[in-house]
Design a protein around this ligand. Structure first.
Ligand code: G6P
Length: 505
């Protein structure tokens, strides 16, 4: 089984002599001014949550956008700060973006074009030539920061997500011979029918084919990517080996389902702080002996929050005896709220919550408590532990780590996970209750099954899901990617003479 120690062993043994640089738009720690103090927090990002333990195990450098208003105030003259702030283990190098950069690169091309194009939720992508230019320019900015950090040393660069389609090619074209470049695409890859409408599809594919290794969550995404390459890029594809040769260089395309730090979540779940937070929740919600259901995510139109609330309404309509006996807490963390589609979904979530609460309200009781703020891991794990059922109803989701966090939090082996068939996680968590979130009645039926599920049945399902998440943890994800990278020619490093086999773990 992969652990933090075994990953550390791999990195310190086989990757000794290499610099390790992670690039991700979202930084792992954000500094902000609160009155006259500077405080730091972790962002609501599945990607950042997953990468942080890998960085703790590896050391290295994280190159990310300095997005906090106090980020400038705490860095050194090279724009760097050691993190975690309370116990430094790796370096964070901040890249500064102007408002205009943020608008075109982050809000515009990344989140109004690539995000909706990659998720099939019927939200139309916006193709804007000015955003594309800014996106290209900001990819260059990050390339300069990476090259500066790498210097002349042999370096592994591990790029995250859709914000950096052009970065791999820029790095490979820089003339540095000793860079190995890998990228992980944390969201789904669209099928060719969707991808073909993108006016810059050839440039995007060319950029991504600068990678030595390109990872997706699922084989399905890999297949969609290879089909896009087949149709829109000049190259030779070897489907058997799952690689692409373009201009004499090879890109390996593989599936690596991402995960969480299972051990750490377990430790947290049994901590006195979480016990205390559970009491606080109970008090705040005036829970009494009511059944608790919960959902936690960013307020994003891909997450199916409205569909879930409609599902709850459908459940109450068909199970009147539960009126007054069940409470649903929805944590929806505001996200990308400058964009029209995000403001629209926030309004809709507010409106539907209001409508359903008004319909069912009885004395002081109402079915839905909507909380639109970010909570620390202690509060979130406490909510996982209190919930009889937890709903993940994404309309489309690369993986969904919240589902895995719920499972890891349930050290008591109780609780029911209701999970969308359109998440990556559903392929591993076969003991969840699967739903098609587009049908409110399916969510309602799953809630009905969850509230009456016997403790024995809950235990049987939860034990199996816990085994899966414990085994397929985030260290295995990182270990498998790094082991695959080690199979490439890394000529500058004498330590690299054999290949690490994951099957040995
Ligand atoms: C998804 C993406 C991440 C991103 C996160 C939060 O999980 O895959 O790259 O960090 O959403 O979104 P944000 O725009 O706040 O970084």
């Amino acid at each position: 089984m992969w652990t933090r120690d075994s990953l550390q062993e791999l990195i310190h043994g086989r990757l000794a002599g290499y610099k390790f640089i992670v690039v991700a738009n979202r930084e792992p720690y954000v500094h902000r001014f609160v009155e006259d103090r500077i405080v730091h927090s972790k962002p609501a990002s599945g990607m950042a949550t997953a990468l942080d333990p890998i960085m703790l195990a590896s050391g290295g450098v994280w190159v990310g956008h300095g997005s906090g208003d106090a980020d400038h105030a705490v860095v050194d003259e090279h724009d760097c700060i050691a993190v975690p702030p309370e116990d430094p283990k790796y370096k964070l190098r901040r890249v500064w973006l102007t408002k205009e950069d943020e608008q075109g690169f982050y809000l515009g091309f990344s989140n109004e074009c690539l995000w909706p194009m990659s998720h099939i939720t019927f939200t139309r992508p916006r193709f804007d030539a000015k955003d594309w230019e800014t996106y290209r320019r900001v990819n260059e900015l990050f390339a300069n920061a990476v090259l500066d950090e790498a210097g002349d040393d042999p370096t592994l660069v591990f790029i995250q997500d859709y914000h950096f389609c052009l970065l791999p090619r820029l790095l490979k074209n820089s003339g540095r011979k000793n860079l190995v470049v890998a990228q992980f695409w944390h969201i789904p890859w669209p099928n060719p029918e969707v991808f073909r409408v993108c006016p810059w599809k050839e440039e995007i594919l060319d950029g991504l084919l600068g990678n030595d290794l390109l990872g997706f969550h699922l084989r399905y995404d890999c297949r969609n990517f290879l089909e896009a390459v087949d149709r829109f890029a000049e190259s030779r594809i070897d489907y058997e080996r799952s690689d692409v040769v373009r201009g004499g260089a090879t890109t390996k395309v593989s599936a690596f389902p991402i995960s969480i730090d299972f051990e750490e979540t377990n430790r947290l779940a049994t901590s006195p702080q979480v016990e205390q937070a559970m009491e606080t929740w109970k008090r705040q919600l005036q829970l009494g002996d009511r059944i608790l259901g919960a959902g936690i995510e960013r307020l994003d139109y891909t997450k199916g929050i409205v569909e879930r609330l409609r599902g709850l309404d459908s459940f109450l309509s068909t199970h009147l005896d539960y009126v007054g006996k069940l409470q649903f807490v929805q944590i929806a963390v505001p996200s990308r709220s400058h964009l029209a589609d995000y403001r629209r979904i926030e309004d809709e979530v507010d409106r539907v919550t209001d409508e359903i609460n008004w319909k069912w309200r009885n004395g002081r009781w109402k079915p839905i408590t909507l909380i639109k703020e970010h909570h620390d891991p202690i509060r979130m794990v406490a909510l996982h532990r209190l919930a009889k059922f937890f709903v993940v109803s994404s309309l489309h989701d690369g993986m969904n780590l919240v589902a895995k966090e719920f499972v890891a939090s349930r050290t008591d082996e109780q609780g029911v996970l209701i999970l969308s068939r359109f998440t990556g996680a559903v392929r591993e968590l076969e003991d969840a209750l699967p739903i098609n979130p587009f049908g409110a009645h399916e969510i309602g039926d799953a809630i009905a099954a969850a509230v009456v599920m016997s403790p024995e049945e809950q235990k049987r399902r939860m034990t199996r899901m816990r085994e899966v998440v414990a085994r397929n943890n985030v260290y295995r994800w990182g270990g498998k990617i790094l082991s695959t990278l080690l199979q490439f020619e890394l000529p500058e490093n004498p330590a690299n003479t054999e290949v690490v086999q994951d099957s040995a773990r």
